[in-house]
Structure formats: structure tokens, C-alpha cells
Design a protein around this ligand. Structure first.
Ligand code: CA
Length: 379
């Protein structure tokens, strides 16, 4: 064993001799080489991670009926590096299709994004008359704010066809974010159901599982075209449903309005005017702030951890006397199977249901508003 110790010392001494001789020859010592290697690996990893995150924002198409909260959602999306907006498609809802297209073009122009296509879509719901919402959004749908004329031109393609084209161009990459009635999405998926497995995600602002904002049962986007909504919910993809009940617990208030007014920029000042109008209108109706319906859906598409999601099967009521347009969400995951026995039915078993929706039950209001303000302030 003493021999082994001597050998070890010799080896260490030899290493030192080798290190010294390399330094003398102008070569880097082994320890420094190791350090350099680790450092370069770290820099490379950081570079690759950064490049990847920069190179691959989530591609989204926003289908919109602008709309004050639509305008907030559009500008949130255009100012978020996590998203690449491939197109805006316009659907009638808060305003008619013509006004909606004009509004969308003005908002996109204000943000300096004429590079993003803005296309008109359907001009009326599938099976009923259009219901507009100037009561909540002002005569022009944008809180009566007169934006400068748009520098952008409308894309000549039909909105639902543009959706199909982009989904095929970027298979498994496109997230659809419908924040108006679901007419355009229903037209697209009915014309070409092959897009269903090719879409990355569908994040809908619409519906509610605890009562509506139109009446006791229905939320406005679903009520605006219940037949379209039933097609979209049952198309075979898993939708994320960010409903009015969650939006109504995610209020923007005068506190955030003052924060917005402390900074300036064309988009910042436009949003401040919208929020002022929208909060005032909501206060007159008994709310303590304005529901951030559409921007919350965009934010949850960007960062699902902002919401608490639960899988359920959701159908849309299209015939109820008091419930047309209600999103009927099954909380148990099954239906009872009632079988006729003579003059009455008996429950014989339970029929399991396949979930078709991730229903948002709650949202992190403070973190969402912080995100929203950080993307808008000073812009
Ligand atoms: Ca909307």
C-alpha cells in the first residue's frame, strides 16, 4: 500500500508538471479548459433557449366582433411576444359585419400591424337575426372613440376560408381564439372537418356554467348564434371555454384606469378611453368594474395557468323556451340511462360522457390584469 501512495503522489506531481509545461508553451491548463467548456455550453444553451422562444411564438387566429373588450384583446395579442397573430377574422355580433371590419382595421392600424391580415366573414348568424350590443359598447362599438382612418386594407379572402388556409399551412400550430359569436368557426369546420385534428387549440370566449349575461341562462356570444356554437363545441376537438361567469369575476376597475392614465401612447390612451366608458357603463348596471371577457380568453390562450380548467362535456341548448343559447355543462361526466319498464322508466345504468371542453372555473385576476397593463402601458 505505501507503494500505491507514492504512485498517487507521483501521478499528481506529474499532472502539475504537465500543467506547468502547457502553460509555459502558451496552452490553457486543463482546469481552465474545463471551465471554458462549461461556460461555452452554458452560453450555447441560453442562446438556443432564447432563440427557440423567440422563434416559436404561438400562432393564433382571432375571430372577433369588435367591440370594446375585443379591442383590448386585439391589442393585448399584438403586443405579446408569446403570440404571432396570423389573421383577424371578423364576425357580426357586438356590431354588424361592416362596422366590425372597419373597427378591426382601425385597431390593427393603430398598433402599426398592417402586416396581419384582417378579413371579413359571415354577415349574419346561421339561423337567426343578428343581435348587436351598442348598449354596452357605444354607437360605433368602440365606446364612441373616433380612431384615425386605417392605413391597413382588408384582406379579400372570406374569413372562414382564410382560417382553413392557415390551419393547413401550419398544421398543429394554429390556436383559434373566437371572441365573438361562433358563426365563422362553424362555417369553417363544417366546410372542412379535416382541420379538427390539425388545430392546436380552440380557446373560446363564450358560454357560462352559472347563468348568463343575456338572460338567466345564456351568454351573449353563444346566444348570438347557438346553432354555430353547438357545431363548434361538438366538432371533435377539445375546446377551452372561458365563460362570462369567469369574466365577470375578472373586473377592470377605476384603480387600473388611473394606472393606465399615468402613462401615454396611442394604444395606451385609446384603451384608457375604452375602459373609462366600459367601467362607467358597467357601474350604471350595478357592477364595480368592467368584465374583461375577451382579453382574458387571449391571456388564457397565451398562459393556461391563468385559469383553473376542468374537463366537462358541454352542449349548447338550441330549443329551450327559457334556455336557448345556454352552455349545458355536465359536471358528473355521465348521464343516467333510463329504460322503459311497463308504464315507467327505471335508471338502469350510467352512460359515461366524453369531455369536449376544458371549462374555465376561475381566473387569477391580479396576475392577468398585471399582464394586460404591462403590455398596453406606454404603447
Ligand atoms: Ca367579442
Amino acid at each position: 500500500m505505501p507503494g500505491a501512495e507514492v504512485k498517487g503522489r507521483d501521478t499528481a506531481a506529474n499532472c502539475r508538471i504537465i500543467d506547468v509545461s502547457m502553460s509555459e508553451k502558451g496552452l490553457l491548463p486543463v482546469k481552465q479548459l474545463r471551465f471554458l467548456f462549461v461556460l461555452l455550453s452554458f452560453v450555447f444553451a441560453v442562446f438556443v433557449t432564447h432563440a427557440f422562444s423567440q422563434a416559436s411564438p404561438q400562432r393564433v387566429i382571432i375571430d372577433t366582433d369588435p367591440g370594446t373588450d375585443d379591442a383590448m384583446a386585439i391589442l393585448l395579442a399584438l403586443n405579446s411576444p408569446e403570440l404571432k397573430v396570423e389573421a383577424f377574422t371578423v364576425v357580426p355580433g357586438n356590431v354588424d359585419g361592416r362596422q366590425g371590419l372597419e373597427n378591426a382595421l382601425k385597431i390593427v392600424s393603430l398598433a402599426g400591424h398592417c402586416d396581419v391580415p384582417v378579413a371579413a366573414g359571415a354577415q349574419h348568424p346561421l339561423n337567426q337575426k343578428l343581435i348587436t350590443a351598442q348598449y354596452w359598447h357605444g354607437k360605433n362599438g368602440l365606446a364612441n372613440v373616433e380612431l384615425p382612418a386605417s392605413q391597413c386594407k382588408a384582406d379579400p379572402r372570406f374569413g372562414p376560408d382564410l382560417i382553413l388556409q392557415l390551419v393547413h399551412q401550419y398544421p398543429h400550430q394554429i390556436t383559434l381564439i373566437p371572441i365573438g359569436p361562433l358563426t365563422n368557426i362553424a362555417l369553417a369546420v363544417s366546410k372542412d372537418p379535416s382541420i379538427v385534428p390539425l388545430v392546436n387549440k380552440v380557446v373560446i370566449m363564450g358560454g357560462s356554467i352559472t347563468g348568463g349575461n343575456v338572460d338567466g341562462a345564456a351568454e351573449a356570444n353563444i346566444y348570438g348564434d347557438p346553432e354555430a356554437a353547438q357545431i363548434v363545441f361538438n366538432a371533435g376537438w377539445m375546446v377551452t371555454m372561458v365563460g362570462s361567469d369567469v369574466g365577470e369575476r375578472t373586473l377592470i376597475t377605476r384603480k387600473e384606469l388611473e394606472q393606465l392614465r399615468s402613462t401615454h401612447g396611442p394604444q395606451n390612451d385609446f384603451i384608457a378611453q375604452l375602459v373609462d366608458f366600459y367601467v362607467t357603463r358597467s357601474e350604471k348596471s350595478g357592477w364595480s368594474g368592467a368584465a374583461m371577457y375577451d382579453p382574458l380568453a387571449v391571456a388564457i390562450a397565451m398562459d393556461p395557468t391563468l385559469g383553473t380548467l376542468k374537463e366537462m362535456h358541454v352542449d349548447v341548448e338550441t330549443r329551450g323556451e327559457f334556455t336557448r343559447g345556454e352552455t349545458v355543462a355536465n359536471r358528473t361526466g355521465y348521464n343516467e340511462n333510463n329504460v322503459l319498464h311497463g308504464d315507467h322508466y327505471e335508471i338502469e345504468s350510467l352512460i359515461p360522457l366524453q369531455p369536449n371542453a376544458r371549462v374555465c372555473l376561475a381566473a387569477d385576476r391580479d396576475r392577468f390584469l398585471q399582464l394586460f397593463l404591462s403590455r398596453i402601458q406606454g404603447k
